[in-house]
Every structure is written in C-alpha cells, then in structure tokens.
Design a protein. Structure first.
Length: 561
RNA sequence: GGGCUUGUAGCUCAGGGGAUAGAGCAACCGCCUUCUAAGCGGUUGGUCGCAGGUUCGAAUCCUGCCAAGCCCGCCA
C-alpha cells in the first residue's frame, strides 16, 4: 500500500505477462522462456508514463521483427484496467503506456496518512543488519576521511532502517596493538617533557597538539605521580587515561555530527576474552594456519588473495587481522544476517582476505559487504589543503562542523557516490547562497512551512484529504510534484539495498527543485476554496516527503530561513 | 611489475544494454505591487579518455592501451 508507484507498476507488469501468454496461446508468438524485460519511466515525457522493451527482447525466440511482436502484445492488452488508458508502439519496438492521469492522485492520501512513516517499506523484513563505520583509532581526532565514513555510514544505516531492516550501528574501537603502544610512548614522552624533563619524542609518535592537551589534563588531575613509576606501568596508566579521554571526545564530536552508535565494540576485549586465540585454533584445526619463520600465517591465498597473511608475529603477538577475524566471527555469532563495513579505499586489499577468513571460519562471505570509499581532498580558497596525521596538521571533524556546519558537511559527504574521489570545497559548503544545495533543499521546506503557517494565521488548516478534490490538480507542475512525492518509497528501498545513500541526496534536491518550480507557477492561497484545499494537501504532502528525506540524511528541517 | 577505484559540458558530478546523454555551478538573457528572489524561466556548452570487439542497439558489457588517486609490511 505504501508504495503506490510500485503497485501500479506491478499491475502493468502482470498485464504485460498475461498479454504475452495470451498471444502465445493464440499461436502468434513463439518463445520458450519469457525474457527478463524491464518496465521503466521513460526519459522523455512524450514516451508515456511507463515503457517496456519486451518486444525487442523477444525477437530472437519469436523470430519476428520487434514492432510486429509489439503489435501482437498491445492488441491483447486490456485498456481501462491497471490505469492503462492508451498504449503505443514507438521507436525500434518500445511499448509505451499512457495512464489515466488520476492514477497519481492516490499518492497524496497515502503520504499524509503515513506522515512520519511515509517512504518506509518492509523490503528488509526485519532482517538483522549491522553497519560498522568510522572505527577510527582512539589515539587522536577524527579527520575528513572519518567524517565521510560517518556521514555515509549513518545514512546507509538510516536507509536500511527505513527499508524495514533491524539496524545496529557499531563502532569498532582499535584499542589494541601497535598504535596503542605508540600512543603510550607518545603520551609518556609528552608527560615527562611537560614536567620539564629533557626526553626525546618517539620518531613514529603522534605529534598532534591534542596529545599535549591530554597530558595537561592528566597533570592537572594527578600531578607528577607517574614520574617515578616503572615505564611499563606508567604507560599503561597514561594509556588508560588517554584512551578514555579520546573516546569521549570522539563520541561527543560524532554526536554533534548527528551520529549515534548502538554498540561500541572494543578490540582489546577480543584478546582478553580469548576470542582471538580461540578463532585461531579453530582455523588451525581446519588446516588454514601454518607456521613459517616463527610466525603463524593464514592461507588467504586459498581464497583468491595474492599471498598469505600473518596472524601471529614471530614475537608472539597477534596482528590486527587476527583480531579482525575474531571480530567478524563474533558479528555473525550475534545473529546478523547482513554485515556492512565502511572502509577507506586504502584498505581495499584487505577485503578479499577478510572474506576468505569468513569462509574459512565456516560463515557465508556473501553476507559481508564492504563499502569502500575513496579519499577526500579538501579545497579551500581554490587550493588543496595538505594534511598529515603524523605531523598533526589536518582539519578535524570538529573544525569542519564549526566552519561549515553539520548540515552542509553531511550533505557534501553524502551527495557523491562512495567510490568517487571527493573534492570537498569548504568555501562552497559554507556559502549561504544559491550555489549551496543544502540551502536549496532546506529552503523548499521552509517555504512550505511558511505557507502553512500563514494559512493557519488566517484560520485555514490543511483539510482532511477525504473531502478534498485532488483531481483539481491538473497543472503539469502539480502532477510532476505528485509523481516526485510518490518516488520516495522506491528511492529509499533501492538506496538501502544497493547501499547508495547519494541517491537520496539527489532525490531530495530534485524534489525541492520540482517544488520550487511549482511554487513559481501555482499559487496555493487562491480564492477558489476547493483548489486551495487541494493545493494545501499537495504542499503538505511535499513537506512530509521533504522532511522525511532530510531526516534520513541527518539534516535539520528548518521551518523558517 | 600486479591489484582496486576513477575518466561524461569550462568546473563538480549523476546515469551504468535501449528512443534526442542529464543535474548543479560558471557564462549570457529575462522574471519581485502576488504565499520567502537562499527562488523561477530561457540560451550557450558534449568525439561519454583512446582503439578494437560482442549486440538489432554500447556512455553502459569484453579486450588492449593512455591518464589520475590509492594499495601491494611479521602497520592498521
């Protein structure tokens, strides 16, 4: 019921199927197998409301020219059912369907009835899906790459939720391994330096100013009590304090970015619980692990990888990959039917062996999807902003939110497909002008709210749809707007299934555009009460579709601008 | 050297077997006594990186080449 357009489409598809079968039964057409035809909205409006390519696809089997096949099919299509008003054969053999214009009027009551729920569907059927994203090292601040991951991951999760999946957002905390050791050394050096001691800073350490800030906080709290401590213990204490502080900061920034996680999962916990060890011994029992040069290797080459991968170093410590296998095993053990990871493109080489490891551990690797996102290049004043984490010189997510605002930042990250190399133009993102697509969309929402607000001041409320003559909406701008509103459920569903949040960003922009167009050609507050009522319903349904889109994108929905 | 991603209008990008290839920005011309001009309408602008192949039909699929970014560690 929720997806009117799909419903109408399915009706037409059924009608086509029947016509084709009838034609075969009558001996006009010959075919063994019905080809996988499509029914789509043609690019050109002159080509009707929907069009199918079935006649062209049947040429081989039927051994007849496409236009003749189309003749047979159209002759057997029953007009007047499934909203089909007129059918035409065009071009090389397309069958174009022209529907009774009234078919779109069903969309408005549905949108208003469902309100907050309009656009949602149940294609996910409650299946459990996990989206893991950002998962940054808790040793520093979030950078532009993390920010893109946050916006994409959160929007993908929102789409999946709206499409009927039971979604969990998860942050994997890399609180183990080399970078933590490095973090400890950096903290220790800064600690001793801050207390006036002349000690060298580690070559590979974290040079960022934020580390010094952390140390100042520690000194403010505990003074010099760690100075005379044994170095191992001292680092442990500093790491504990530092990690906690960093995690709180990361969580706070992400929340200000509109991102909230359901689960924060610690890598360290997998080592402590013995899960890593257990996973490795299971893989060893299955013969996927061997020893060479003192290290343990996973036979990832058996699964299409170009070489094997170390899981336990010759010094006895497990690698990140070992923990990651245990982690993914844990995800599946928690009952997720679908596991989605957002990784930077620089991790692409990791995908095949991760899938291989999942297979080796006895799970279905097809249940893991890794969304790789290309790197972000930041432009400011027309120039690339060079960034380096090691030197501590980079624009943080916090800086970004402060400079361009949450809404613009989120929209800019989501408006491009994940695999496009994103050029982020800071000047454009923060410009409060027509160039900025975020304002364009929000402005449409504010305009609608303004109309409805003024109507209400004059004692006019949006009427219940039952008594309204929606069929008074005959202008092309009106019909186009209704159609666009009707597209939302499909946009959400396919955006979710294909993990393509940029489609929703585009949709919101298009919907706003169609509305602005309508606004300029049709006045809502007209004298004619019946037309006014119909347009108020239309405008309110537009508001619903726009608002729901904005919320899924994590953007605010201003009622005045 | 091998792998992954990308190459479409001046710029940033959609489209990913079908009809005349789209949007935003930029440029140019119009539209505010009327519900928000952060808006609308119009014009200009394309050898879809190059070359082959498959197909009734290729920007889209295949092969080769060219260019850009990233990766190829007992880092993550």
């Amino acid at each position: 019921m929720a997806n009117i357009i799909d419903q109408v489409k399915q009706g037409i598809i059924a009608a086509i199927n029947k016509a084709v079968e009838d034609s075969r039964a009558a001996g006009e057409l010959e075919y063994q197998e019905l080809p996988n035809f499509i029914l789509e909205v043609p690019r050109e409006k002159a080509h009707g409301d929907f069009a199918t390519n079935i006649a062209m696809l049947l040429t081989k089997q039927a051994k007849k020219p496409p236009r003749q096949i189309a003749e047979f099919i159209t002759a057997r299509l029953v007009k007047g059912t499934n909203w089909i008003a007129r059918v035409e054969i065009a071009g090389p053999g397309f069958i174009n369907f022209y529907l009774d214009p009234a078919w779109v009027y069903q969309i408005l009551p549905v949108a208003r009835e469902l309100d907050e729920q309009y656009g949602q569907s149940n294609v996910g059927q409650g299946r459990k899906v996990q989206v893991e994203f950002v998962s940054a090292n808790p040793t520093g601040l979030l950078h532009m790459g993390n920010a893109r991951g946050a916006a994409l991951g959160d929007t993908i999760a929102a789409l999946l939720g709206a499409a009927g999946f039971a979604v969990a957002r998860e942050f994997y905390i890399n609180d183990a391994g080399n970078q933590i050791e490095n973090f400890g050394k950096s903290l220790e050096a800064r600690y001793l330096q801050q207390l006036g001691m002349d000690v060298p800073f580690p070559e590979e350490g974290y040079h960022g100013q934020d580390i010094i800030e952390t140390i100042k906080n520690i000194i403010a709290k505990d003074g010099d009590k760690y100075v005379n401590m044994e170095t191992g213990l001292r680092r442990e204490m500093l790491i504990k304090f530092g990690l906690e502080e960093k995690l709180i900061a990361i969580r706070r920034v992400l929340e200000s970015f509109g991102v909230k996680y359901d689960i924060w999962f610690s890598e360290q916990s997998l080592h402590e619980s013995g899960a890593v060890e257990q996973t490795l011994s299971q893989l060893r029992d299955k013969g996927y692990i061997y020893e060479q040069e003192g290290a343990l290797w996973f036979k990832s080459s058996l699964f299409g990888d170009d070489k094997d991968e170390v899981v336990v170093r010759s010094n006895g410590t497990p690698t990140y990959f070992a923990a990651d296998i245990a982690y993914h095993k844990d995800k599946f053990d928690r009952g997720f039917d679908w596991v989605i990871n957002l990784w930077g493109a620089d991790h692409h080489g990791h995908v095949d062996r991760m899938k291989g490891a999942i297979k080796a551990a006895g799970y279905d690797p097809d249940k893991l999807d890794v969304v790789l996102m290309q790197l972000v290049r930041l432009f400011k004043g027309g120039e690339i902003v060079r960034m380096s984490k090691r030197s501590g010189e980079f624009v943080t997510l916090e800086d970004l939110i402060e400079e361009v605002g949450k809404d613009a930042a989120r929209y800019f990250f989501v408006m491009r497909s994940a695999d496009s190399h994103l050029d982020f133009d800071m000047d454009l993102a923060k410009s409060q002008s027509a160039d900025n697509p975020v304002y364009y969309i929000q402005y449409a929402h504010a305009r609608i709210c303004s109309i409805l607000r003024q109507a209400e001041e004059n004692g006019l409320k949006v009427p219940p749809v039952e008594g309204v003559k929606i069929n008074l909406l005959k202008e092309s701008a009106e019909l186009e707007l209704i159609r666009k509103i009707g597209d939302l459920p499909e946009e959400i569903a396919s955006g979710a299934i294909n993990l393509e949040p940029h489609r929703l960003a585009r949709y919101a922009h298009e919907l706003a555009g169609v509305f602005h167009s309508f606004y300029n050609s049709c006045r809502v507050m007209v004298e004619d009460a019946e037309l006014r009522d119909a347009r108020m319903v239309l405008v309110d349904a537009t508001r619903i579709a726009l608002r729901n889109s904005l919320l899924l994108l994590g953007l605010s929905t201003p009622e005045r601008m």
